[in-house]
Design a protein around this ligand. Structure first.
Ligand SMILES: [Zn+2]
Length: 276
């Protein structure tokens, strides 16, 4: 004879997700006997909840946290990952390519953050960054989000553009005339920061800071240490020796390292020699 308590216990196991036969087995009877006893005691054996039902119960928790994965849910409910994916689809919960549920709000947050990260790393305009990343996110929403983070997107509009040896830095862009802006830029030859006017950089009038350009004029000739041969300019030596690097790069290397080596020869700057 089965105790009524056992039947009730089996019923609670089924509610919790056990199959009817597993519940019967856990109280040590066959499914047939369990059903018969349930009838006798007028205990309704619940229907086993579907996986979708069980996942549904977890939804508030899934949407709360970011660290849920299909694997984690499957392990928790002791079912296959495949059935979890199916359940999530049925519940219209967005999943990422590896089947992990993602908080819907977080998706848009993620996108906004992606745009901002890209902007801060590469500079540019928000709408262009969105296009470049191929994201479906509103530019105005990204601007609002940036503001919330204390970031001024206009500081990155021209940031990281390179002109000659200048590298434009992120920061306030100050309008000085209709089409000219004053920005901060680093002279990459000597690593100093300067306020420069963008049109001078864009027009090529300024390629480096004043100090470097003064030095550049003084030290323009190049000497090969090993042979003693002197060229009037980096351009000449690059042409003569068939260097694969551009004269600008070679000049930059000599400036930074004090010398430039190629094919076992060392080239250095020497005071300007005039061609005769
Ligand atoms: Zn400089």
């Amino acid at each position: 004879m089965i105790d009524k308590k056992d039947v009730e216990h089996a019923a609670s196991l089924i509610s919790a997700g056990s199959s009817r036969s597993a519940a019967a087995k856990s109280i040590g009877v066959s499914l047939f006997l369990l059903q018969k006893a349930a009838n006798d005691y007028e205990v309704t054996l619940p229907k086993r909840p579907t996986i979708t039902d069980r996942v549904k119960e977890l939804v508030p928790r899934i949407l709360e946290d970011d660290d849920w994965s299909g694997h984690k849910i499957a392990k928790m409910l002791n079912v296959s990952q495949c059935s979890i994916s199916k359940a999530l689809r049925q519940l219209a919960i967005e999943t990422n390519p590896v089947g992990c549920p993602t908080k819907m709000q977080n998706r848009s947050l993620e996108k906004k953050q992606m745009v901002l990260d890209y902007l801060m790393e590469n500079g540019g305009y928000i709408p262009r960054v969105i296009k470049e990343l191929g994201l479906n996110v509103d530019a105005a929403a990204v601007r609002r989000y940036a503001k919330e983070q204390g970031i001024d997107p206009t500081h990155y509009r021209v940031a990281y553009q390179e002109y000659g040896f200048w590298l434009v830095l992120p920061g306030p862009v100050e309008r000085v005339s209709v089409a000219d802006y004053r920005v901060s830029a680093r002279c990459t030859l000597c690593n100093t920061e300067h306020k420069v006017q963008l049109t001078n950089l864009r027009g090529g009038q300024s390629r480096m800071c004043i100090d470097c350009s003064r030095q550049d004029k003084q030290w323009l000739s190049v000497k090969c240490v090993e042979t003693g041969r002197v060229w009037s300019s980096v351009y000449q030596v690059a042409k003569d020796m068939n260097f694969d690097l551009t004269p600008q790069t070679i000049r930059r290397r000599i400036r930074i390292h004090g010398e430039y080596k190629q094919d076992g020869r060392t080239y250095i700057f020497v005071p300007r020699v005039n061609k005769r």
